[in-house]
Design a protein around this ligand. Structure first.
Ligand code: ADP
Ligand code: FBP
Ligand code: MG
Length: 326
């Protein structure tokens, strides 16, 4: 195994609270192990554009509690091309980088896997996405903070919904995954959740709502994962209002506020552990793997498994929604 003298670290895809805590852990662990560490600015695009700078323990002072990412993030079209990845590799050689740590989601790991195979450079991934849609880790960095943000917002909407006896459709993030909608739904007492993993028909939804209305509930909340099957949240709410004007339905789309804010304790600890574990993995000669946390143990999960295997939503939680919404 080639000696590790210099590691590059980057954040890529949608930012997530706790990415800074992970960067800090990687940088401080490298210092501890006497390995040089450089930060790549703006994800894979920064590798292509040679936007690379030296980091030291003081460059990560005070960032543990900050949302966003000091290294910035990007969705790089160029890295999807062989030509772009070729430019990235030239810059890796220019800076003498021996291995990469990439912090991101499924897209980031797909790119890392291709890049590692093309150019034979060791790459280790740290799961950072609010969506929690990665197989091989119980939690991804940022998910817990996003959940807390969503629940705080839903609690507030519940106040006004109850005051006016209204139905609210609240759309949350989760491009292809319903983890945020389901867990936040249980934690905020949502009456219905709409998830991509469990397609619901319009008639089923109507049936749920009619049942709720027959209980004379003070308010109802439907948490909609953006990737669910029925189409736009506004269209669903409009149709419900046409058929049942008495529900007086309203729509709130929480949007990018779910991605910001100071990370929770859970995310800070997870990010610190995985940051250190990623450097350990490289020191052990690991390659093309994600470091995950399963039942409080660090696991090495091949990129291909983390991307291709489907992480299932918790059916117990789904059942809770129907049992507790009465
Ligand atoms: N098939 C691919 N080939 C090369 N690079 C990819 C591929 N898929 C994703 N990437 C890179 O990873 C970046 C992040 O992926 P994206 O899906 O946007 O976010 P996330 O990693 O959070 O899921 C993309 O912008 C792109 O640069
Ligand atoms: O910020 P953008 O580019 O509008 O992307 C929005 C998407 O990013 C996310 O917030 C996070 O997704 P990724 O972690 O896969 O990038 C999704 O929930 C959402 O669909
Ligand atoms: Mg993703």
């Amino acid at each position: 195994m080639k000696k590790l003298n210099k590691i590059g670290v980057l954040t890529s895809g949608g930012d997530a609270p706790g990415m800074n805590a992970a960067i800090r852990a990687v940088v401080r662990k490298c210092f501890y192990e006497k390995i040089e560490i450089v930060g790549v600015v703006k994800g894979y695009q920064g590798l292509i554009d040679d936007n690379i700078r030296l980091l030291d323990p003081s460059s990560v002072s005070g960032i543990l509690k900050e949302g966003g990412t000091i290294l910035k993030s990007a969705r790089s079209k160029d890295f999807r091309t062989k030509e772009g990845r070729g430019k990235a590799y030239i810059n890796i050689l220019k800076h003498g980088i021996d291995a990469l740590i990439v912090i991101g989601g499924d897209g980031t790991f797909t790119g890392a896997n291709i890049f590692g195979e093309e150019f034979n450079i060791p790459v280790v991934g740290i799961p950072g996405t609010i969506d929690n849609d990665l197989y091989g880790t119980d939690l991804t960095i940022g998910y817990d903070t996003a959940l807390n943000t969503v629940v705080e917002a839903v609690d507030k909407i519940r106040d006004t919904a109850t005051a006016h006896s209204r139905l609210f459709f609240i759309e949350v993030m989760g491009r292809d995954a319903g983890f945020i909608a389901l867990s936040a739904g249980v934690a905020s007492g949502a009456e219905v959740v709409l998830l991509p993993e469990k397609p619901t028909s319009y008639d089923e939804l109507k049936g749920f709502l009619e049942k709720q209305y027959s209980y004379q509930k003070e308010s109802s909340i439907v948490l909609v994962a953006e990737g669910e099957n029925m189409g736009s949240t506004l269209d669903i709410a409009n149709r419900v209002n046409e058929e049942h004007p008495e529900y007086d339905a309203r729509v709130t789309i929480l949007g990018h506020l779910q991605r910001g804010g100071s990370p929770t304790v859970v995310d800070r600890i997870l990010a610190s552990e995985l940051g250190v574990a990623a450097v350990d993995a490289l020191l052990e000669g690991q390659n093309s793997i994600m470091v995950g946390m399963v039942k409080d143990e660090i696991e090495y999960v091949p990129f291909i498994k983390a991307i291709k295997n489907k992480k299932n939503v918790n059916s117990r939680l789904l059942n809770l929604i129907s049992v507790l919404s009465g």
